[in-house]
Design a protein around this ligand. Structure first.
Ligand code: NAD
Ligand code: UGA
Length: 458
């Protein structure tokens, strides 16, 4: 079959693969190839057991793979063959040198830019989909312009706003698609090509265009605003616990103001995931770089409140369990950073588990999708850790259970049965406020919610 357009995605991770799977699904006349340096990842994308758990993803991959969707490790040849290239490689926080712990580590991204330059025999549109610091497109343009010959590269910024766990829904029905370009004739023509791709399934008023730096910055700012709401409500949850108010009632009352809105006001053990902390620290670094220490301090406080929330949670466990956890068995219910994903990157459960191990507690970890990643995350931690998927087996014989992930599964467990199998007095620390706390108290548990008075007989 002759395809109308050929699209390449470099980076087959949580964002590159699903976003390009969606293009393949919506544009059957386009050939979409996703490449990665990691051969195991590509093998998994070509198998029946995909490397990413995402509701609805399996079905779309099955429908398109081998028809107009392909996964490959042959990056060099694919660069030659494709004219539109999405760059979706990882951009983690730098762990060394200048900006360590804050700035984005751009080594994977720069390697890709050089690889595109080396292998291109025709002009290309190169699209930043990874989240990058402002002005990265300029660096990308400079690298790509450093080659000899007369081929040209147009760099666009098309940040991705999908969230894990709802990626397929978000990709299919985005709030908006943002495309930043240079305002030159070539830049505008490249932009028009990308607009055409999204127009296949996204309505025109939701496809917005902007200058390239605004697009790069908007992505960091959107994540910073979302995380800020979580830290704002979490900071108030601490006050509620002291002052006998109920954070769910406060969030409801505040969120019904249409100027504020009700989303992202769920108090919990703090935000996790690979991006919020990374992107805010990136923003903080940029503010310092541009000589704006007050702005940097404002955004850094969002991360500090997130750390404080986790420390508070552990202090609460320790104090309510008679100031000693040594030798006590505690079940972590949920290890993923949120429901409906197996991703554990920056999951609060990692820190909470480590803090429990530091107190010499024995930790049992349970999760329907994230046990494999949990075992990798904790591979080098010392202490007694076990991994049990079944929540009833996992909680049996424990002194306490701590709910870390808002999996629906945990809302309606048979807590009476769980109570019977636990050591008394039995404790629940509901880090997500998802269970029927009063019912669990009636069953006999001592219940410690977030941002609400504890229900305890002790
Ligand atoms: P990821 O680590 O899951 O995937 C990145 C992939 O890129 C990896 O498989 C890695 O092997 C591959 N890679 C690295 N260097 C490469 C190279 N030179 N050539 C080919 N492949 C290479 O990361 P992710 O979660 O998909 O995030 C990617 C980017 O998208 C980040 O900048 C992130 O901030 C952004 N983002 C992520 C999400 C999300 O939900 N995870 C949402 C929006 C934006
Ligand atoms: C987030 C953004 O929502 C996406 O728009 C963005 O594209 C993505 O980051 C990214 O750049 O990687 P994601 O991290 O997948 O998506 O998931 P979210 O739903 O935003 O949740 C992030 C964390 O905040 C989770 O740990 C979640 O449990 C927590 N959260 C969220 C709360 O504690 N309370 C809330 O009310 C909402």
């Amino acid at each position: 079959m002759k395809f109308k357009k050929k699209i390449l995605c470099i980076g087959a991770g949580y964002v590159g693969a699903p976003s390009n799977v969606m293009i393949a699904c919506k544009c059957p006349d386009y050939k979409v190839t996703v490449v990665d340096i990691n051969p195991q990842r590509i093998d998994a994308w070509n198998s029946d057991s995909l490397p990413v758990y995402e509701p609805g993803l399996d079905e779309i991959v099955k429908k398109t793979r081998g028809k107009n969707l392909f996964f490959s490790t042959d990056i060099d040849n694919q660069i030659k063959e494709n004219d539109i290239i999405f760059v979706c490689v990882n951009t983690p926080t730098k762990t060394f040198g200048t900006g360590a712990g804050m700035a984005a580590d751009l080594q994977y991204w720069e390697k890709t830019a050089r690889q595109i330059l080396e292998n291109s025999k025709s002009s290309k549109i190169v699209i930043e989909k990874s989240t990058l610091p402002i002005k990265t497109a300029l660096a990308m343009e400079r690298i790509l312009a450093s080659g000899k010959g007369d081929i040209t590269f147009d760099v666009l910024s098309n940040p991705e706003f999908m969230a894990e766990g709802t990626a397929i829904h978000d990709l299919e029905n985005p709030d908006r698609v943002l495309i930043g370009s240079r305002e030159t004739p070539n830049g505008l023509a490249a932009r028009a090509q990308l607009v055409e791709i999204y127009s296949r399934w996204v309505s025109p008023e939701k496809i917005i265009t902007s200058n390239i730096w605004s697009a790069e910055l908007s992505k960091l700012v959107a994540n910073a605003f979302l995380a800020q709401r979580v830290s704002s409500i979490n900071s108030i949850s601490a006050l509620c616990e002291k002052a006998d108010a109920d954070i769910s009632e406060v969030a409801r009352a505040v969120g019904m103001d249409s100027r504020i809105g009700s989303k992202f006001l769920k108090a919990g053990i703090g935000f996790g995931g690979s991006c919020f902390k990374k992107d805010i620290l990136n923003l903080v670094y940029l503010c310092h770089f541009y000589g704006l220490p007050q702005v940097a301090a404002y955004w850094e406080s969002v991360v500090k409140i997130n750390e404080y929330q986790q420390e508070r949670f552990i202090t609460n466990i320790l104090q309510s369990m008679f100031n000693t956890l040594a030798g006590k068995k505690i079940c972590i219910l949920g290890f993923a950073f949120k429901a409906d994903t197996g991703d554990t990157r920056e999951s609060p459960a990692i820190n909470i588990t480590r803090m429990l191990l530091a107190e010499h507690a024995e930790v049992v970890i349970s999760d329907p999708k994230a046990l494999g990643n949990a075992a990798v995350d904790l591979a080098h931690d010392e202490g007694k850790i076990s991994y049990i998927e079944d929540p009833y087996q996992a909680t049996a014989g424990c002194h306490a259970l701590a709910i870390m992930t808002d999996w629906d599964l945990y809302r309606n467990l048979d807590y009476r049965k769980i109570y019977k199998s636990m050591i008394k007095p039995a404790f629940i620390f509901d880090g997500r406020n998802i269970i029927d706390q009063h019912k669990c108290f009636e069953i006999g548990f001592n219940v410690f919610p977030i941002g609400k008075p504890a229900l305890t007989r002790l």
